[in-house]
Design a protein around this ligand. Sequence first.
Ligand SMILES: O=C(O)CCC(=O)C(=O)O
Length: 282
Amino acid sequence: MSYFSKKHLKRRNQFRELGATMAEQGYVILNGFFDAKDLSAFDAELKYILANRNSKAGNMTIDVLDGPLMQQRLLLQQAPEEALFVPYKINDMYLESEACLNLNLNHELRALLKSLLDGLPMVVNSLSFTQGSQQPHHFDYYYMPPFVQDKMVVSSICLENQTEDSGPVSYYPESHKIPPYRFSDGGVGVIADEMDRAKAYTLAEIEKRGLVEESFIGKAGDVFLWHGSLYHRGRPILNTRATRKTLVTHYWRSCDVAKKHVAKTSNGGLYFTREHAPANSH
Ligand SMILES: O=C(O)CCC(=O)C(=O)O
């Protein structure tokens, strides 16, 4: 008699397959993972927060991605209307919103992440946006290097159907195999002045390996998971009216983080507990 039930075996095999794809390609796609009910709870909470910006959730920051306030990080409570009429992203909604934690720490998703990371996943950062981020090419370890290289996974949850002209995420399959560029301090975390050299190194590696950029255009409820070392970007928005409502979450392993930073949700999910990133203006 097998120790595993049929259901467990099926899941174990599925996870093994997804793990192999992640190791080979640097990403996996989960079609129709969340249903409309899961997504609408998030949407309703976000609407509530935006309509009640003086609440505690107003302590979140937003990064303005276009217009006169571009590149400013503002306290949501203090953000002028003009900052909310251009593309912007909300940082770390997971610290304020149960609906957000219910998505990024969904039970099944956690089980898969545990298998991909070989350890319990914890949320270390989240960003949510209505319009595409248009973020230039980068590796996520530039900005949040995990304590153990390669032990970071990112989820991008589609909150609506996406279109080609909405600035979808694009990526180089297999780029996670490129050895990280070492900045002058010996680390992989970005040093802004050295970015040109890091970029030249990466582009040369991409060319040497013949890697070709692809885009992910998902449907509501799909999840795009990528390896923390996958080279990717948010493509330019071609239609300023096109939205791409998305929740992106970065995960490390809880075993790599000091216990004092690890908090638990009521359903056993783990997240990094900390203050919001400080605003840099206003
Ligand atoms: O979905 C996107 O626009 C890209 C987001 C991204 O690059 C990131 O969060 O690291």
